[in-house]
Design a protein around this ligand. Sequence first.
Ligand code: PEP
Ligand code: MG
Length: 738
Amino acid sequence: MSAPRRLLARLRHLMAHGAVPLAELARLVAAELVTEVCSVYVLRPGDILELAATEGLRPDAVGRTRLRVGEGIIGLVAATGQALNLPDAQNHPAFAYRPETGEEPYASLLAVPVRRAGGTLGVLAVQNRAPRRYDADEVEVLETVAMLLAELLAAAGAGDGAEQGFSATVPRRFGGTMLVGGIAVGPVVRLGRPPAPRRVLAEDTAKELARLAEATASMQHGLDKLISDRLPGGDAPREVLDAYRLVATDAGWLRRVQEAIRGGLSAEAAVHRVGNDLRDRMRRIADPYLRERLADIEDMVARLLRALDGEALVAAVPAGAILLARRLGPAELLDWHARGIAGVVIEDASGAGHAAIIARALGLPALGGARGALEAAEAEDEALLDADEGLLVLRPEQELKAAYQRELEARCERQARWAVLRDRPSRTADGTAVTLMLNVGLPLELAQLEATGAAGIGLFRTEIAMLARGEVGDVPEQQAVYARVLDAAAGRPVVFRTLDLGSDKMLPGAPAAVEENPAMGWRSLRVALDRPAVMRRQVRALLLAADGRDLTVMFPMVATVAEFRAARALLLAEAARVRPAPGRLSIGTMLEVPALLWQLDELLREVHFVSIGTNDLMQFVFAADRGTPGMAARYDVLSPAMLNLLAMFSARATLAGVPVSVCGEAAGKPLEAMTLAALGMTTLSMAAGGLLAVKEVLAAIDLPAFRAVLASIRRTGGGESSLREPIAGWAREHGLPI
Ligand code: PEP
Ligand code: MG
């Protein structure tokens, strides 16, 4: 029997006959792993790690050597939850020398966290005199011993002091980014990690493998059922769930679980162990889409543990609860939604992430970020979620809560009013027609065309479906998606934007070039022109999907007319080949890069239309990163600079007879939308959530009267950073629903 297996077998034997003294555990580990030192540090109240047992260090240091979490190498392992394997520990920047331990002679150190149910209970460390890096088997064995140690410590009540703390009552605010707009008020539910396995080691490997196989089959079956039963309208966000299913049936991680079982672990301990490894890997991966994949696996680990436990996910959730989670997989979110949550906060989430995509399909208010909220929340807490404002308040003051409850009621009433508006033509009070279109990224959002009565799709972000799938997809796959969009639009116009990847929208496996300013880096059309094969495939798929129908294509992030010409040439070359040829082929550009404003004569001669992307345009005009929370809201579309720019552009385009639309977030907000309309931009494309609100305000406004007022506000407010207040003041005076 190998030393590691012998060690585990002996520990199993000892544990079966009662608690194992920590000193005995340290002695056994040192003997079997041939290390000169093995020490156990235990977390005490006040975030202090105390040396609780040692083999090899001075015995009188036990109970005396204490480190804060974060202090020294041991403290660092506890703080990060990550193992450290150091051939020369004393020269590590975090090393903290404690003379009472007598550890000077030991060069190498391997320290692993002792974790249970998401919390850290201590650290287990081994040391040797000779500088060496411990091999993968040794790391694995020490991690397994740490799992056993976690059970021993939990049984002895360690960590209780740290967990109890005092009950907080003061309100706390957390900022985050909106994933799906909306507000909610309700009790919090914290999504912890799955409970630690009750049984860590198992004698009968064959039996454990059989249990795993049975649980895997039951999990996969449950997943299929969940997806078919619970998705809104039965129309699966197929891109997300296909990717998710792939992970569920991926042999790679299941094989790792099987290996851990063969190493002597119970099925649940093996799954748990692979889950922990994944979390560690996730902490080290910056690529948001790879992290998303790993989050899917984490979700599945939790489901598999429940299947092994023979337990369904049935625990009751208070009505209207707000779920707080560190990460959340798509299937898990579906489960929670079915149990009646009213909102969700996901610390580690991006707007294009799987959970966010599902939340959007469910219309569930969702906030990303809000770091620290999960730790700060207590079991009985109430919370207030304002995803529109990127805000979560734990334990909100009574008055604030009451104000939000009133707002919720007002929103319900508004929904009822909007339902009536849906089928009315979109016109201002004076009769000016304003075309309201939708911004769409996934085929599942096509249902919103009917729900909102939109005139068409003003921006189809082709990259979103690909990001959800995790790959670009070949021509037939892309063609199927685009054809589905055109079918759903049923003759209404659709503006397809070619791939806008890069910056915050990275595909897994994309070149991981480190750029200081990715938003201004090698992204979007720049990539497409440098690597034309991808773009060629995409436009071919678009042309084939059109199948003789009209086709409208626009290019993102165009900075020079020459770039527009190059992209158009690529499209026209494909169009010349594809049969049947499209009906009318309209080719336009986004206006996101300010440089285009100084090439207007040439640009307006060449394009069929321009769509203004205020999101990127704002960040480049003001040099303010749209993705940085403190920066995103610092400058206003309703500022003299932007209004001057938009007015000038609108006038020039009108003169040249080039249609202009706006498809940035600004178009979907009532006050901004009426201002844009007054400046002559009467085609607005927006997320579905804003469309009826915009329609309502437009229906109430006398545009010529407002145009005159706006001109005067702009004349007098030239030096201000925003003209929002005077514009909103006028709107309020006239009873407009802004
Ligand atoms: C924009 O930049 O305004 C825009 C609509 O494009 P995206 O938000 O996809 O960058
Ligand atoms: Mg953009």
